[in-house]
Write a protein that binds this ligand. Structure first.
Ligand code: E9O
Length: 620
């Protein structure tokens, strides 16, 4: 039910919504926007309400079960009520919401869950948007406003991911932390299990014990261990390898975790474990001590009708297409994706750059920073055990030419590293880094002078008096790997495909020169309308998109030979929905697949390259 600011006043949560006004039939999980023929629902900004009556068996109460309500996500701000009482609230549209509802249910009877969702974005939310109020009464009706965004994709809203009610015993597994390592041919799994107790019955939490059983990927027993913390070493372990880097990519063991107490409560959780190590230095990324080259794409959770709603068939289709392409990775641009997608990535050996919802940020104040840090904490908490996640991305295309970005990103990146010291951290950049080769030469020059001075006298610190910072980009210095989005011959020098190679090589060598870190291109591409052909290539034709890619490949190959270029990701996997606009014919058309997942000419070109790259990596 759509709300124009009345729902809270009229206490819509106190009874089924149908008693407060006309309700719309709605599917969960799905975005609500594209499901009906109603333009007001598609374009709605503000509160929308969902509800559902459900029953729970009285046996759950007699069995002293703990009951949890879990929403995979709800976009953007949500308040959840149970049986007319406020239960919990959550800010942010892409991470799970959980609440213990054991004592709030009526057992053996009808219960009512109500979810109020608001999709409004402001400069204080992550991501940001602005509400533009139009006050001219001769041109707009009273109270007229529009929402604008700091990004180009449709801000789909609704309950996007599955909603579950599940039970555990009153002594339960609260969390499991897994880290893995390699010791010669052996794999090492370190685990830490934390448990809780709901105190429904007499608590004897002092007597809680943990035991582990490790199973291989066929479910056969490998080894067992006792204790809530510990290390398991497996001789001749099967490692987790990415797609096309091994015969058996995505190999995962199952750590069967059991927590039990003296009252006979037993909670079991089958935790998947992929054994792999990650490494990074100033030029290289490694997995299991082998150098990595990422060949992938930026994606979106986006499809006809359901918008950003989880769709199992679509997940299988997208992974099938990624493998057909020969891709080994993608970035969850520009927000955390559904756990069902992450599960597939673990299983199929597709590596993930796991991105926060911080797209297009600006105005770097402390309040935003604290919010950003807690989003990173929630993201790490959710995805920490996934072998597929090889890098955290704290954001995409921040306005990091604002000087405040320096301290801001150093704080966000350092906090992320404290939450998870095992993975590299990046942020996807787009602002100009001071595109002047002279500056880079200057940096190299001073590095040499400083190190020569230091070796002549190691006993004193060395300085140089500066008048102003030389770099216009302020986030890169905090990152482990530099990812940059560049659209030569699309957003700049449009139509001039011949400048791509030169400009790309110059730009990415400079990023490495300036920061002495591995670099990769995280977006490049062109829009194309499938079926529109022009030769010689012309913007929006399939030929133009394909030729732009081939010119980029020439640059990437030259950069790869320099030894610090660690990956390429096309923008975008598929065409996706955007707000209406004169530069977006039917959405963003930079997909190499159409929105219904059929290949454009570009997909065939990329497929040829990615399979060749995969063979290179196998033979080297
Ligand atoms: C972010 C992505 O979500 N990067 C954008 C993509 C695009 O297609 C968008 O879909 O627009 C590209 C940013 C390129 C920056 C150059 C801007 C020049 C404007 C004249």
């Amino acid at each position: 039910m759509l709300d124009a600011e009345k729902g809270f006043r009229e206490e819509w949560y106190a009874q089924p919504l149908s008693k407060s006004g006309p309700v719309i039939s709605m599917a969960v999980p799905s975005s609500y926007n594209d499901i009906t023929q109603d333009k007001d629902l598609r374009d709605h900004i503000g509160w929308a309400w969902y509800d559902r009556l459900f029953y729970v068996p009285s046996r759950w109460q007699t069995d002293k079960q703990r009951v949890v309500l879990r929403l995979g996500s709800a976009h953007y701000n949500s308040i959840i009520y149970l049986n007319g009482h406020s239960l919990t609230s959550h800010e942010g549209g892409h991470l799970p919401i959980m609440a213990d509802i054991t004592t709030k249910l009526v057992y053996g009877k009808e219960n009512l869950v109500t979810v109020a969702i608001n999709n409004t974005l402001t400069p204080e939310t992550i991501p940001q948007g602005t509400i533009v109020k139009h006050n001219d009464p001769s041109r707009y009706p009273p109270g007229y406003f529009a929402q604008s965004y700091n990004f180009d994709f449709t801000n789909y809203a609704g309950i996007h991911r599955p909603v579950y009610i599940y039970t555990t015993p009153q002594t339960f597994i609260d969390d499991i932390l897994i880290t893995t390592d390699i010791n010669g041919a052996n794999g090492v799994i370190t685990y830490n299990v934390t448990h809780g107790n709901t105190m429904i019955g007499p608590s004897r939490s002092g007597e809680v014990g943990c035991s582990m059983k490790l199973l291989d990927n066929e479910g056969d027993h490998v080894t067992s261990a006792m204790g809530c913390q510990g290390t398991i070493e497996i001789s001749n372990a099967s490692l987790w390898w990415p797609y096309l880097m091994s015969e058996n990519p995505g190999y995962m063991y199952t750590l069967l975790v059991a927590v039990s107490d003296a009252d006979g409560n037993l909670d079991l959780y089958p935790q998947k474990v992929g054994i792999r190590t990650l490494g990074w230095n100033s030029t290289t990324l490694t997995i299991n001590n082998k150098p990595l080259y990422l060949r992938g794409c930026g994606k979106h959770e986006d499809a006809d009708i359901r918008g950003k709603g989880v769709d199992y068939a679509l997940i299988v289709k997208d992974f099938s297409l990624l493998k057909w392409l020969g891709a080994n990775s993608f970035r969850t641009s520009h927000y955390p994706y559904a756990e069902e997608i992450m599960d597939m990535a673990d299983k199929e050996g597709i590596m993930i750059i796991d991105e926060s919802p911080a797209v297009g940020l600006s105005g770097f104040d402390e309040a935003l920073m604290n919010k950003h840090i807690s989003v990173m904490q929630e993201l790490v908490q959710r995805d920490k055990n996934r072998p597929s996640v090889i890098m955290w991305s704290v954001g995409n295309e921040p306005k990091s030419n604002e000087a405040a970005a320096l301290n801001y990103f150093s704080a966000v990146v350092n906090s992320t590293k404290a939450f998870d010291p095992t993975r590299p951290v990046t942020c996807v950049l787009a602002v100009d880094k001071h595109s002047d080769l002279a500056v880079c030469k200057f940096v190299v020059f001073f590095r040499k002078v400083v190190s020569a001075t230091k070796s002549a006298d190691p006993s004193r610190p060395v300085t140089c008096v500066l008048n102003k910072p030389k770099e216009k980009e302020y986030a890169a210095s905090s990152l482990d790997v530099i990812l940059v989005n560049r659209y030569y011959s699309w957003y700049g020098d449009t139509g001039h495909l011949e400048v791509i190679k030169m400009q790309t090589v110059t730009e990415f060598s400079e990023w490495h020169l300036l920061h002495n870190k591995p670099v990769m291109i995280s977006e490049y591409g062109a829009g194309s309308l499938p079926g529109y052909h022009m030769d010689p290539a012309w913007t929006w034709s399939e030929e133009y998109q394909a030729e732009l890619m081939i010119r980029n490949f020439e640059a990437f190959d030259e950069l790869r030979s320099k030894g610090y270029f660690v990956g390429e990701m096309i923008w975008n996997f598929a065409d996706f929905s955007t707000p209406q606009g004169h530069t977006r014919p039917g959405g963003n058309r930079k997909g190499i697949f159409t929105r219904s997942r059929q290949p454009k000419m570009a997909a065939h070109v990329l497929r040829y390259r990615y399979h060749n790259l995969a063979n290179d990596t196998l033979t080297n």
